[in-house]
Design a protein around this ligand. Structure first.
Ligand SMILES: *Cc1c(COP(=O)(O)O)cnc(C)c1O
Length: 234
């Protein structure tokens, strides 16, 4: 299958999953997870209809920006972000999806103030309670969300999660359901004229239809579009 055909196949699966639960497929945005891809591949994906690219490494993102590789698409930052690299991401990514601590939140606020922008963010939730993963504990989401919503240079848009690696189809459904509950809860408590909670980012190549059925508004898909990646640390 060509890249364009793979994009279409993923879009078809998203649409089908949405209709199964009575959702409008237009509510769901496909974010192409472009880590390790070349600037050329990114351009091809955008030419084939990708509207949002998700990057998780600051260095790759910076190189692709210098190449103008994302032209025609929005850019989200979806990876682990160290506070000393915040200056390379704030104001460049339209949405930082992976804000998993108060420390990082405050660093983003500070940088956004410095360059006079308002940075859209999602709080990353460690929904599986995994030691190895960053993210806010589910029981601490409300507290951090209230802090984020009160900051002048940050705009909280919702939540993001990377559940544990699933070994069986459907295994992550309870995590997706829990995330949807948290999302609805935060929306009820914080949605007002200033804060609009409209993003729930969850679902990757192995489980995005489940995530869509559970209420995701953003799915982050890499492998199903671009094929398998080389191992992270060979
Ligand atoms: C790589 C990545 C994805 C996409 O993963 P695939 O399994 O290749 O679809 C999604 N989200 C994040 C944060 C990633 O780093």
């Amino acid at each position: 299958m060509s890249l364009a055909e793979k994009i279409q196949a993923v879009r078809d699966n998203i649409a089908q999953a949405a209709r199964e639960v009575g959702r409008d497929p237009a509510e769901i945005t496909l974010v192409a997870a472009t880590k390790v891809q070349t600037s050329d591949t990114i351009r091809q994906a955008i030419a084939a209809g990708i509207t949002v690219c998700g990057e998780n490494r600051v260095q790759e993102m910076t190189a692709h920006l210098a190449d103008n590789a994302y032209e025609g698409a929005a850019l989200h930052f979806i990876g682990h972000l160290q506070t000393n690299k915040v200056k390379f991401v704030v104001g460049r990514a339209s949405l930082i999806e992976s804000v998993g601590s108060e420390h990082l939140l405050m660093a983003i606020e500070k940088q956004a103030e410095k360059i006079s922008v308002v940075q859209d963010i999602l709080l990353e939730v460690n929904v599986g309670g995994e030691e190895s993963k960053s993210g806010v504990r589910p029981d601490q989401v409300e507290e951090l969300a209230r802090k984020a919503a009160a900051l002048p240079h940050v705009r909280l848009r919702g939540l993001m999660a990377i559940p544990p690696v699933a070994h069986v189809t459907g295994e992550n459904q309870p995590y997706f359901a829990a995330m949807y509950q948290l999302f609805v809860d935060i929306k009820e408590k914080l949605d007002d004229n200033k804060t609009v909670i409209d993003c729930l980012s969850m679902g990757m190549s192995g489980d995005y239809p489940d995530a869509v059925r559970a209420g995701a508004t953003l799915v982050r898909v890499g492998t199903a579009l671009f094929g398998p990646r080389p191992p992270l640390h060979p």
